[in-house]
Design a protein around this ligand. Structure first.
Ligand SMILES: NC(=O)c1ccc[n+]([C@@H]2O[C@H](COP(=O)([O-])OP(=O)(O)OC[C@H]3O[C@@H](n4cnc5c(N)ncnc54)[C@H](OP(=O)(O)O)[C@@H]3O)[C@@H](O)[C@H]2O)c1
Length: 327
C-alpha cells in the first residue's frame, strides 16, 4: 500500500504515518522493526542523535538501498539536534555527526529537539536530569539550521517541543520557514490551539507519543525521577467502544484520530505484529460521532505525559516551552 503524503510549507512531502524509534536501541530489535516497517509500507522514520540508534538505522537503510529494494528519495528520514547541541556553535557539528551515523548524504528534515540548549556533553555521558541549561538564542541557531539546507545536508528544517511564541519568532525572522513542528499529541493531550496555529501556517504537525507512551515510566524510573499515573489508550472504555464498532484495535483508533486531525503520528514499536497493526489505519473511517467522543477525551495539560520534568534545572529558563503548573 502507498502511504498517503501531506504537502506542507516549502513543498515538503511527508508520509502521514511514521515509525518512532525512541527507546529502541537493540540492534536485532531495530533491524527487524525497520525491515518489517519498510516491507509493510512505512516510508517515514523518526530518529534523533540522542536516541543512540542512528548507526543501526543507517545500516539497515543501506541494505535496502544497495539491494535496490528502495531508493533514497522514497523514504523520509527525520533526525534531531540534541539538547546539548542547541547552540549556534554546535549545529553543524551535530548535523555532520548524524549524517555520518546514518550513512546518508542528507536527511529529509532536521529538527531542533528542544527549545533550550544545555552544556556540551557527549551522548549518554551524563543522565539527562543532570544537564545544565544555557543561554539559547533561537534566531542565531536557526541561521545555522538554514545553512544545513544551503549545504544540502537537510532538505527541510523544523522544530520540536516549541510553543507558539517561539515558532512565531523564528517565522518572522528567518530566510527558510520551519516545515514541521513535532510535539506530544495523543487523545488525552490534543493541543488544539497549537495545532491550529501550525496548520494555518501550513507547518506539518508530527504527533509524538501518539499511543500515550505506555513505557514512559520506565524511562523516568531509569533516571530515578518520580513516576506518575498515565492515561492509557489500550484500556480506555470510550476508545474500546469505537474500536469495537469498527472491528479495529484501540491503537488503530487512537492513530486514525490523529490522522483525521490532519496530524502525522509516529508510533514506536519493535514488535512486527504491532508495527503492522499500527499501519493498518487507512481502510476505515471515523464518523462525526466517533470524532466527538474522541475529542472529549482531551484532558488538556494534565494529559501531558512527556512533560520533561526530569529537566529540573530547565524549568525557570525563559525558553521553557510548556505551561507551568500555576498557569
Ligand atoms: N521530539 C520529542 O521530544 C519526542 C519525544 C518522545 C517521542 N518522540 C518520538 O515519537 C515516537 C513515539 O513516541 P513514544 O515512543 O514516546 O510512544 P508511543 O509511540 O506512544 O508508544 C510506544 C509504546 O507503545 C507500545 N506499542 C506500540 N504499538 C502498540 C500497539 N499497537 N499495541 C500495544 N502497544 C503498542 C510500544 O511497545 P513495543 O515496542 O513493545 O511494541 C512502546 O512501548 C518515539 O519513538 C520518538 O521517535 C519524540
Amino acid at each position: 500500500m502507498n502511504v498517503p503524503v501531506k504537502i506542507v510549507t516549502n513543498g515538503m512531502k511527508i508520509p502521514t504515518i511514521g515509525l518512532g524509534t525512541w527507546q529502541a536501541t537493540s540492534e536485532t530489535e531495530i533491524e527487524s522493526a525497520l525491515n518489517t516497517a519498510l516491507e509493510c509500507g512505512y516510508r517515514h522514520i523518526d530518529t534523533a542523535y540522542a536516541y543512540q540508534n542512528e548507526e543501526i538505522i543507517g545500516r539497515v537503510l543501506k541494505n535496502w538501498f544497495t539491494s535496490g529494494k528502495l531508493k533514497r528519495e522514497e523514504v523520509f528520514i527525520t533526525t534531531k539536534l540534541p539538547i546539548f547541541g542547541v547552540h549556534e556553535d554546535r549545529v553543524e557539528m551535530f548535523m555532520d555527526r548524524s549524517l555520518k551515523n546514518l550513512g546518508l548524504k542528507y536527511v529529509d528534515i532536521y529538527l531542533i529537539h528542544f527549545p533550550i540548549g544545555s552544556n556540551f556533553v557527549e551522548n549518554g555521558e551524563v543522565p539527562l536530569n543532570q544537564l545544565i541549561p544555557e543561554r539559547t538564542d533561537h534566531i542565531e541557531i536557526w541561521k545555522k539550521m538554514e545553512e544545513q539546507v544551503d549545504a544540502g545536508k537537510a532538505k527541510f528544517i523544523g522544530v520540536s517541543n516549541f510553543n507558539e511564541r517561539q515558532i512565531e519568532k523564528i517565522w518572522n525572522n528567518c530566510r527558510i520557514k520551519p516545515a514541521c513542528q513535532q510535539i506530544e499529541l495523543q487523545v488525552f493531550l490534543q493541543q488544539p490551539k497549537l495545532v491550529n496555529y501550525c496548520h494555518e501556517k501550513n507547518i506539518a504537525v508530527v504527533a509524538y507519543s501518539p499511543l500515550a507512551s505506555p513505557k514512559y515510566n520506565n524511562f523516568m524510573a531509569d533516571l530515578g525521577v518520580e513516576i506518575k499515573d498515565l492515561p492509557n489508550v489500550f484500556t480506555n472504555p470510550i476508545i474500546r467502544e469505537v474500536a469495537e464498532k469498527h472491528k479495529k484495535t484501540n491503537a488503530q483508533i487512537a492513530l486514525r484520530y490523529l490522522i483525521d486531525m490532519g496530524t502525522i503520528p509516529i508510533p514506536k514499536s519493535v514488535s512486527p505484529l504491532r508495527i503492522r497493526e499500527n499501519f493498518e489505519v487507512f481502510d476505515f473511517s471515523l464518523d462525526a460521532d466517533d470524532m466527538k467522543k474522541l475529542k472529549n477525551l482531551d484532558l488538556g495539560e494534565p494529559g501531558r505525559i512527556c512533560d520533561c520534568n526530569f529537566l529540573k534545572r530547565f524549568e525557570d529558563h525563559p525558553e521553557w516551552p510548556f505551561p507551568k503548573s500555576n498557569q
